[in-house]
Ligand binder design. Structure first.
Ligand code: GUN
Ligand code: FE
Length: 471
């Protein structure tokens, strides 16, 4: 069939042919490709396989295979709140909407002391979950968010869970069961001045011990860490005591683990960091001194970083997850993606559910394009800021692969790469996209990006395993 990918910011690669996927150590890898074959019979012959020995898939008339999307920043626990943020901005959004919901997913005494922080107590009102199983609500939420992200073509996700070890471990169990490639982080937060009493670890040592408990559970599920891996997750500087940040930095270094956190998202947050960490040169310096800035670190947002901070992030090889939908929804600002890229920093896309209102990385591509134009406007109409469709898709695939340490293994159709793929059909019965037939293929991709959604996703594979079928 047709294979389309975005190997560079300016270049769509549109090819017709066939690929042979086979199992290597339990992972479906692209073993052979041939971009000259035009019939199934020719493909079987060239690859030396019999039709009955393979699971055969062919794209539709207006269909194509595309690398699976990589969501480098999503809070699985916040999924029930998508779209629910009112007029809040980051800091009041956290205390009003987010902490109560996360706390309600169980594992710790939930909702004993929310002080009415969340009127209506969203923690318990969704469905009557089993009272005999304290994780039944987490089970329902996490099952939904994994299924939903897969249905939108997200084959890899870097998840924040909650502070609860059992609920975080359940998220890992479910991602592994459904077959999504996932990095799972138990959220660390213990600062008594900024975290509510009902939702925080007691001490730095407890924060570390809980992080380790979850890491070890996850590594037991997948000892190679190729499909499922833990990720060290201090929520953000203001919610952690300095000692906790250092313990987690040491842990990540000692065990060579990925790290994820938030950085420089909101102006009020910057003031809070200055207030809580007066002896540090900058927000970035807080993480740097704690040993949290490594080449395996994903920093979400990175909107208001100064030049010295960019330089530190670049030299440390840390990555940025650009979350445009969230940045607009919470009024956080315009992330200068072009400047980050020009400074040699790897950038990817994150939905940041539920700061972001949608689990769709296709929507993040759209929002990245739109926000870049607003940024150009406030910078005197300079077109250099503009991100186009191809560059957005590159960030969503190759950019994601770089940011999760899977460059060359995810994001394309070259031999040796993992088969993490979405099959798109622009002409399905319920497609929100109308193709008239005269559009060139790059124009069809434009139409997909601006109006496509999960109704166009026909099948999704992770490591060669079919994990979703929307047929
Ligand atoms: N900063 C600290 N916690 C959060 C969170 O849950 N979402 C976002 N967008 N920013 C944060
Ligand atoms: Fe976030």
């Amino acid at each position: 069939g047709r294979f389309i990918s975005a190997p560079g910011p300016e270049s769509l690669l549109i090819r017709q042919g066939a690929v042979l996927v086979s199992s290597s150590n339990g992972h479906g890898v692209l073993e052979k490709t041939d971009w000259t074959l035009i019939t199934p019979a020719a493909a079987f012959k060239a690859f030396g396989v019999e039709e009955q020995d393979v699971d055969f898939h062919q794209t539709m008339n207006n269909g194509f295979f595309f690398p699976g999307f990589i969501d480098t920043h999503i809070h699985a626990s916040q999924y029930p709140n998508v779209g629910i943020f009112g007029k809040s901005t980051l800091l009041d959004w956290l205390t009003t909407y987010t902490f109560p919901l996360e706390a309600s997913l169980g594992g710790k005494e939930p909702l004993a002391d929310t002080n009415g922080a969340y009127e209506g107590n969203r923690g318990t009102e969704i469905v009557n979950y089993s009272t005999s199983n304290p994780l039944s609500k987490a089970d329902a939420v996490y099952t939904k968010v994994i299924r939903r992200t897969l249905s939108y073509g997200t084959t890899t996700a870097s998840y924040f869970a909650t502070i609860s070890v059992p609920a975080t471990n359940l998220l890992a169990d479910l991602a592994f069961k459904f077959g999504q490639r996932a990095y799972i982080g138990r959220v660390c937060m213990d600062h008594p001045d900024t975290c509510p009493t009902y939702y925080r670890d007691e001490t730095p040592d407890q924060s570390l011990a809980n992080a380790i408990a979850s890491i070890e559970h996850i590594q037991k599920l997948d000892s190679k860490g190729e499909l499922l891996a833990p990720i060290v997750t201090p929520r953000f500087a203001p919610s952690c005591q300095p000692e906790t940040l250092s313990l987690l930095g040491q842990l990540a270094t000692d065990r060579k683990l990925r790290v994820q956190t938030h950085i420089s998202e909101n102006i009020g947050e910057l003031a809070l960091v200055k207030h809580l960490f007066p002896q540090y040169e900058s927000y970035t310096d807080v993480y740097h001194q704690a040993g949290l800035l490594t080449s395996r670190t994903i920093l979400a947002h990175g909107i208001h970083l100064d030049d010295r901070e960019l330089e530190t992030i670049r030299t440390q090889g840390s990555k940025i997850s650009h979350c445009p939908a969230s940045n607009s929804a919470l009024g956080s600002g315009f992330c200068p993606v072009r400047k980050l890229l020009d400074n040699g920093i790897d950038v990817s896309l994150g939905t940041d559910v539920s700061g972001g209102y949608s689990v769709s990385i296709l929507d993040s591509v759209r929002q990245a394009c739109l926000v870049s134009r607003q940024l150009g406007f406030v910078n005197g109409g300079d077109k250099k800021w503009n991100i186009g469709v191809t560059e957005g898709l590159w960030l969503a695939t190759v950019g994601g692969a770089k940011c999760v340490g899977m460059e060359g293994r995810l994001g394309g159709f070259e031999p040796g790469m993992l088969f993490d793929v979405q099959e798109i059909d622009l002409s399905g019965e319920n497609s929100p996209v109308d193709i008239f037939g005269w559009e060139k293929w790059d124009e069809r991709i434009d139409k997909w990006v601006w109006n496509g959604d999960d109704r166009n996703v026909r099948n999704v594979w992770v490591g060669g395993r079919m994990v979703h079928s929307g047929k």
